[in-house]
Design a binder for this molecule. Structure first.
Ligand SMILES: [Zn+2]
Length: 430
């Protein structure tokens, strides 16, 4: 062979090895993309959830999932409060770090009376007397303009805490409020908007303050009808399907979005990882479809707002709900050092025994922990509608949940490959 030709072959071989990604590389890349700043935390600022929906639909199509009724999407809408712009908080001269030092309450109002809100506003922090507040809010009403009421919510009995938390809500209806807390920050999404700013600050930060001045520039935008989309892909059975011919594999793709223009919640474990598992299972099952079940994959929208995507689908089913043999809902799949938990295991004993017996033979995961029914993810409304379902999540040292630390780099993927084999075998044996 001519020397140049040998060299060419060698170069081609080198590059083909270099660029041939394994399935797990592709799955990790997919997860990382969902967590990137360009996806804006898959929420309601800059169309983050819509960007994610398009990307997931494209990924479904690429691996060979078919659309149901000619489209990969099911649309619905809901109201949502958002924080798309300025989010600056300066306490006693020190600029606070969003998501770390302070958190905006999901239904917080802006710092302005005008909608544009080009400038911030200065407040004076007044720490509230808890005993007075416990009795009633009357002595705090009306609140002088430019006063922000600070309320400590730690070191209380659980009964007192309940009362004080309710008082906080009452206060926030007529005054700007800041809750001083020692709890880990856990953010969420709200379908309603307050008239006044409402914050949480870490006690350690509050203690260190050099003064009681508080400058706040917070822009909010309430979206009355946010358009969201569930993403759906389909693998038909190879032969004639059974009487209940559908198996659903689901995971929500939405997360919390942005808290101001500069801070976003990546939602890596919750639930970019679940979508990665959806894709890993779809890739395996598309190559070797089930003989007598059609498999429908759904990436749900609006979960963090209150399971809205899955609720909508149970009210507007794409196939008759009584034709679904089983639904497997996957949320928080990025860890697994301490095994997995199966919600609804007490309701579906046979399927739970089956899952365990598959795992006993090969130890795909270190532990399968049973748990009763819970309204904590997208299986819930299906269960309520009589659809047999499991919700599975991983357990491990990754405790980053609904915070700015739930990043792609914090995912271990420890149990990922084991789980994907376990789930595939479980589905094949249904
Ligand atoms: Zn989740």
């Amino acid at each position: 062979m001519p020397k140049d030709f040998v060299r060419l072959i060698f170069i081609l071989l080198f590059f083909s090895t270099f660029f041939s990604f394994s399935q797990s590389d592709q799955i990790k890349d997919f997860t990382k993309t969902l967590c990137s700043p360009e996806f804006h935390g898959r929420g309601y600022v800059n169309g983050g959830d819509s960007i994610a929906a398009e990307y997931i639909a494209k990924s479904f199509k690429k691996i060979g999932l078919k659309p149901v009724r000619k489209s990969y999407f099911q649309s619905f809408d809901f109201p949502v409060q958002t924080f798309p712009g300025a989010c600056t908080a300066i306490l006693g001269g020190d600029t606070l770090r969003p998501g770390i030092d302070y958190l905006i309450t999901p239904n917080s109002g802006s710092s302005c009376s005008t909608s544009q809100c080009l400038n911030g506003k200065s407040y004076r922090i007044v720490t509230c007397n808890l005993e007075k507040l416990y009795d009633s809010i009357t002595s705090f009403y009306p609140c002088p303009p430019n006063v922000m009421i600070a309320v400590k919510t730690f070191g209380l009995s659980s009964d007192s805490l309940k009362v004080i938390k309710n008082r906080l809500l009452e206060l926030s209806s007529f005054a700007p409020v800041v809750e001083i807390t020692k709890d880990k920050f856990t953010w969420s999404v709200s379908q309603s908007a307050n008239s006044y700013p409402f914050f949480q600050i870490q006690d350690s930060i509050f203690q260190k303050r050099k003064g009681d001045s508080f400058f706040l520039h917070l822009q909010t935008k309430f979206i009355k009808q946010h358009q969201a989309r569930n993403v759906i892909g389909y693998i038909p059975a190879c032969k004639k399907p059974k009487k209940n011919p559908f198996i659903f594999i689901t995971a929500h793709y939405d997360h919390l979005g942005r808290m101001g223009a500069d801070t976003y919640f990546p939602g890596a474990n919750d639930n970019a990882s679940g979508n990665a598992m959806l894709l890993a299972l779809a890739e395996k099952l598309v190559k070797n479809p089930l003989t007598d079940y059609n498999i429908i994959f759904v990436a749900f929208a609006g979960e963090e707002v209150g399971l809205l995507g899955s609720k909508y689908m149970t009210e507007n089913p794409i196939v008759p709900l009584n034709k679904i043999r089983f639904l497997l809902n996957l949320d928080i799949m990025g860890s697994g050092e301490e095994g997995i938990t199966v919600v609804n295991s007490t309701l579906f004993k046979n399927e739970f025994d089956q899952l365990n017996s598959i795992n006993d033979s090969s130890k795909f995961v270190s532990l399968i922990k049973p748990r009763g029914p819970a309204a904590n993810s997208d299986h819930y409304f299906f269960t309520q509608a009589g659809v047999p379902a499991f919700f599975i999540y991983t357990m491990g040292p990754n405790k980053n949940y609904h915070d700015v630390f739930d990043t792609y780099n914090a995912l271990s993927f420890k149990a990922f490959d084991g789980m994907s084999e376990l789930f595939e075998l479980f589905i094949r044996k249904l």
